[in-house]
Design a protein around this ligand. Structure first.
Ligand SMILES: [Cu+2]
Length: 714
């Protein structure tokens, strides 16, 4: 359903009813009837724009990715009166597989926003009224998308709107009509490639990376001719033999064919909008984990340029410098957040800075002319596991982390607790999961603070031998979440002068996914519980909170039309334990807004629990967004090192379940209450248990108590 009704003169009380209608829109005022200006920013405008202002012309507000706005109509003294100006339901990407992560553009009053289905909408920024719509028609059978279907943002230039798509293609639309101008298929999604990162336009070119770091792909970034879509250059984030950094991978002459080919599956994906410094002529981006994620032994070496910041000549794609945050990553520690360019004074000297919050929980502050640390980063010896070919040292920045470094409280079933860089092999070591994610940080030149979002959950990491198969997941291990452990997150102001915490809040639930700071001294942050929150940027005091009705997994942004400042955010749910088939809302707020907050979605998860769907006989064993979709559950539970798949099943009384061990060591399925037990199941063999009494049965593996399963007998 793609209807978009525009409702005039309806009292705010009718909003609740309108909320139920996807494809509807509610505004406090009617539009003035003026013709919208579908204008693209000029290159001069992109060059000169240092932060967001009246317009938000490119991802992050400027080529710097700063997510700072010079607007100050909404400020610390009046933000408490902020209310909804309009709310639009797009009627696109409605389903639990989608996550709404977009940072919209606003140029001369027109908003451009993509949904998780790569559908793009042009909206009137004053009313939310739909002006045009592009339907991507991407294949819905793509089962290799890692972490929800999403599109983080589009770009505008030369009268066009540009976007990468989840099917590995890239399109340019007429900015006035939304009609396709050109389309180029960069990679085949069947091979595990997709585009999720926001796209950047500058100087007649468009830039995009490729996602798919869990699928054994080789990371790459493209510079395309914006007029034609033709490839101008391509940079492999995993260098080949003879390239700079190529010697950090096993040589292709290695007698072991798996090692010889390791660099062709090395990961290093790019799922963020690059930042560009027009003066230096450089483009900067952050890269993802090394692949396969946990199987360090097949790729001895530092594995450049994974988990790194890379600088290129944006015109030619030529390598300039790199900084690696994690050597020989075996933890899935991406450098996942967009890099931010800023200027700051150190020792009396103004330096050209670059920052990026990593999955390690540190912010890396670098000199963007050469990649050297601004504050100090030391190579420190770390724990070793020769079978994983661990790196001898890891770079540890001076200053504070924005999450805890270690797991310390005892957890039943998990004998080994550890810290961020601890090595592991086949027994899971429980350690912090991942601090940052794609969550775009913000640099506020007024406070000098970098605002970062951190996740604080625990995970047990272990390797398992695995072979590469084209078009299948290839992670070589598992990250097992211990049950009943807390899910916490942090919002932190890091002082860019010292890399020390200026203020911090620790909150329950999954992390937030982006902020915007403003000259009004207000920092806006969306939360997965549906609240948009305003903080005093200087002190961290909470000033305002507004329930949008769905979880927020997108960064808020701000713009101005006819002298009125608006704050806008996409609200789409499907994070933090909430799932919805309904999340397609875009909200805009203003001081004169008249729309009240709405009912909250179900509360978010604050403790880990057995997750995933309860699978019935005949249903796919995996989630809809994984490769498990192609296998149906017929009463056999695949027992591998170290998981039961499917984890949760539902069967009628009288059913016999079979546990089939396709792993390499002995496993069992043992009832938590001791009432039933398969006994030892050796590799290659299986065991049966018949369930006659309705009820819910939890079980785990005796030798590996972190392997958990659940059976619902009806
Ligand atoms: Cu086991």
């Amino acid at each position: 359903m793609r209807r978009l009704g525009f409702i005039r003169g309806v009292a705010a009380v009718a909003v609740a009813a309108v909320l139920l209608l996807p494809g509807s829109s509610f505004a406090q005022q009617t539009s003035g009837g003026s013709t919208p200006a579908f204008r693209a920013p000029t290159d001069q405008e992109l060059t000169e724009t240092k932060s967001g202002g009246v317009n938000w012309i490119t991802y992050g507000g400027a080529l710097s990715n700063q997510r700072y706005s010079t607007l100050d109509q909404i400020n610390t003294s009046n933000v408490s009166t902020l209310r909804g100006a309009w709310l639009t339901r797009l009627g696109s990407a409605r389903g639990s597989k989608y996550i709404f992560e977009a940072d919209p553009l606003v140029i001369d009053g027109v908003m451009y926003i993509p949904t998780g289905n790569d559908d793009i909408f042009a909206l009137d920024g004053k009313t939310g009224r739909k002006l045009w719509e592009y339907n991507s028609d991407i294949p819905q059978t793509n089962d290799l998308i890692c972490c929800g279907w999403d599109n983080r943002g589009v770009a505008s230039g030369m009268g066009m709107i540009f976007t990468g798509q989840l099917d590995g293609s890239f399109v340019a639309l007429d900015q006035t009509t939304g009609k396709v101008m050109w389309r180029t298929q960069l990679e085949d999604y069947h091979d595990g490639y997709s585009i999720t990162g926001a796209t950047r336009y500058y100087d007649g070119m468009v830039f995009t990376g490729m996602s798919g770091g869990e699928n054994g792909i080789r990371g790459r970034v493209y510079g395309l001719d914006a007029k034609t879509g033709n490839e101008v250059w391509r940079f492999y984030t995993i260098p080949g033999p003879g390239d700079i950094g190529g010697d950090t991978w096993p040589a292709p002459t290695n007698p072991d064919p798996v090692l010889a080919q390791a660099y062709t599956h090395g990961g290093g994906t790019v799922w963020q909008a690059p930042a560009i410094d027009p003066e230096l002529g450089m483009m900067y981006f952050s890269t993802g984990n090394a692949g396969p994620d946990y199987l360090g032994q097949v790729r001895p070496g530092d594995n450049l340029f994974t988990a790194s910041i890379v600088a290129l000549d944006y015109k030619t794609g030529q390598y300039k410098w790199h900084f690696q945050e994690v050597h020989h990553d075996i933890w899935d520690y991406d450098a996942p957040s967009p890099v931010v360019l800023f200027d700051q004074t150190y020792n009396g000297q103004v330096r050209k800075g670059l920052s990026e919050p990593g999955k390690t929980g540190w912010v890396y502050y670098l000199d963007r002319t050469n990649g050297q640390p601004l504050i100090g980063i030391n190579e420190v010896p770390v724990s070793q596991e020769p079978r994983m070919a661990t790196a001898a040292t890891q770079p540890i920045p001076n200053g504070d982390k924005f999450v805890k470094d270690c797991s310390t409280d005892p957890i039943p079933g998990f004998p080994v607790l550890g810290c961020m860089f601890d090595a592991f092999y086949d027994v899971p070591v429980v350690m912090p999961s991942s601090a940052s994610n794609f969550s775009p940080s913000s640099f506020d030149p007024q406070t000098g603070f970098t605002y970062v979002m951190g996740g604080e959950t625990l995970t047990g990491r272990a390797m398992k031998p695995e072979q590469f198969v084209l078009g299948k997941r290839y992670t070589g291990g598992a990250a097992v979440t211990p049950l009943d452990t807390p899910i916490l997150n942090t919002i932190t102001a890091m002082d860019s002068r010292t890399n020390k915490i200026a203020w911090q809040h620790e909150l329950p639930g999954d992390r937030s996914y982006g902020v915007v700071s403003t000259a009004g001294g207000v920092l806006f942050k969306g939360q997965v519980d549906g609240n948009l929150v305003a903080y005093d940027a200087k002190t961290g005091d909470e000033l305002w909170k507004f329930q949008t009705g769905w979880g927020i997994s997108a960064p808020p942004m701000t713009y101005s039309i006819d002298g009125v400042q608006y704050v806008a955010v996409a609200s789409g749910g499907n994070r933090g334990g909430n799932s919805t088939t309904d999340g397609d809302a875009v909200w805009a707020f203003s001081l004169g807004g008249t729309i009240d907050q709405v009912a909250a979605p179900p509360p978010v998860q604050t403790k880990t629990a057995l997750s995933g769907p309860v699978v019935k006989i005949g249903q796919p064993v995996g989630r809809v967004d994984t490769q498990g979709q192609d296998k149906l559950f017929e009463g056999t539970i695949d027992t591998v090192d170290y998981a039961f798949t499917p984890t949760r099943v539902s069967i009628p009384a009288g059913t016999t379940l079979t546990w089939s061990n396709s792993g390499s060591v002995i496993h069992t399925a043992t009832a938590t209450n001791g009432n039933w037990d398969t006994g030892d199941i050796t590799p290659g063999s299986s065991a049966d248990v018949t369930f006659n009494t309705p009820g819910t049965y939890s079980y785990n593996c005796n030798p590996h108590p972190w392997m958990l399963g659940q059976i619902v007998v009806t």
